[in-house]
Design a binder for this molecule. Structure first.
Ligand code: ADP
Length: 347
């Protein structure tokens, strides 16, 4: 029955009916010729009646379903579907279209479920991130109001702690604003040519004190300390380099080092930031660039991290149509690498 068309179905049904009617007529009249006439008349009549019924009530509807599914797949409106070309084998095509469609819908549904889970997690993370510093500010303020304000031993300390929680909230809001602009595609990439090695030296100078306090030494990989001219958004790349070097300090070990190396990759330049810090277990690597993903939550928070740094870095690099990757071994160290377009004088 699989590939039957309406006309053949009608013909077979009419033949069966004509045979039955012909045999009954023969049994009643015992006249072969009259039975033959009755049978043929039934065949012709029932063929047209069946064809009409099938066309009118079944096939037209199936055709409509087929056209609708086909057009929905092409992203058209239902009403446009009515005026479309129809296949000569709508039954077979409906079967195929519905099968394809259900696979598409299943994938779509799975993506939507993932997005929904992501959204729920994001909201939970967000409220948690705000809650911690807010509760700590609330606690210190109440203690101060309840009398600690007059206690010279703690009043300044409590105010300092409140101020650092406010700072954390401000950083969090700034990072959230940045990430939302990047995700909405509102941030324009202003390409210019600049020396990314010089920019790295500037960032290292800025972070020198913090590194010194944590016992970390900076240097540029041997043989690569020369101008590397790229075409990119300088301020955004400064943010990327700052974030990666800052992480190498936050997650570094005393007497450790952070090395930045530059590598020629034909059209691009690869920049790698390597540290000898605490490293990251392999199981965390695939999720490291997600918003709020942290390996060690308390270490990140103690270091003033918002958990959004790497998500922002990834957005910035992808907005440049470049890539970022990470290699890491727990207790040995990590390497974060990203590419930038090399500036060619003729480009
Ligand atoms: P955070 O504000 O927590 O530093 P990031 O997005 O910059 O957020 O980093 C996400 C997580 O990745 C960090 O919490 C930390 O667990 C891990 N991480 C980032 N950089 C390093 C590194 N150089 N060494 C070890 N772990 C790192």
């Amino acid at each position: 029955m699989k590939n039957f068309k309406p006309r053949s179905i009608t013909l077979y049904a009419s033949i069966v009916l004509a045979l039955v009617v012909g045999i009954i007529s023969f049994l009643f009249n015992k006249n072969l010729w009259s039975a033959l006439v009755v049978g043929i008349s039934t065949l012709v009549l029932s063929y047209f009646i069946f064809l009409y019924i099938i066309e009118q009530f079944i096939y037209r509807r199936i055709k409509l379903i087929y056209k609708s599914i086909h057009s929905l797949k092409l992203g058209k409106e239902f009403k446009d579907a009515l005026g479309e070309r129809v296949s000569t084998d709508p039954l077979g095509e409906v079967e195929k279209e519905v099968a394809d469609w259900s696979v598409d819908k299943k994938d779509e549904l799975e993506d939507l479920k993932k997005l929904e889970k992501f959204r729920r997690e994001f909201l939970a993370n967000l409220s948690h991130e705000f809650k911690t510093p807010l509760f700590s500010i609330q606690g210190y303020l109440h203690t101060l109001l309840d009398g600690a304000l007059e206690d010279k031993n703690v009043n300044r300390k409590f105010l300092d702690k409140s101020a650092s929680s406010v700072e954390r909230l401000v950083n969090l809001v700034a990072d959230l604003e940045e990430i939302s602009k990047l995700e909405k595609g509102e941030i324009k990439i202003n390409y210019e040519e600049f020396d990314v090695n010089k920019l790295t030296h500037d960032v290292m100078n800025e972070l020198e004190d913090k590194a010194h306090k944590n016992g970390i030494h900076f240097h540029i990989k041997k043989g690569t300390d020369k101008p590397w001219i790229v075409s990119a958004d300088k301020e955004k790349i400064r943010q990327v380099v700052t974030n990666l070097i800052d992480n190498s300090i936050k997650y570094g070990k005393a007497n450790g080092e952070t090395v930045v190396g530059f590598y020629d990759m034909d059209e691009n330049i690869l920049i790698e930031v390597t540290d000898t810090g605490i490293g990251i277990n392999e199981e965390h690597l695939p999720r490291l660039f997600e918003r709020f993903y942290r390996v060690d939550k308390s270490r990140s928070r103690d270091a003033g991290g918002t958990g959004l740094g790497l998500a922002i870095v990834k957005h910035i690099i992808e907005a440049h149509h470049q890539v970022i990757h990470v290699r890491s071994t727990a207790n040995v160290g990590s390497t974060f690498g990203f590419t930038l377009k090399k500036f060619e004088a003729h480009s």
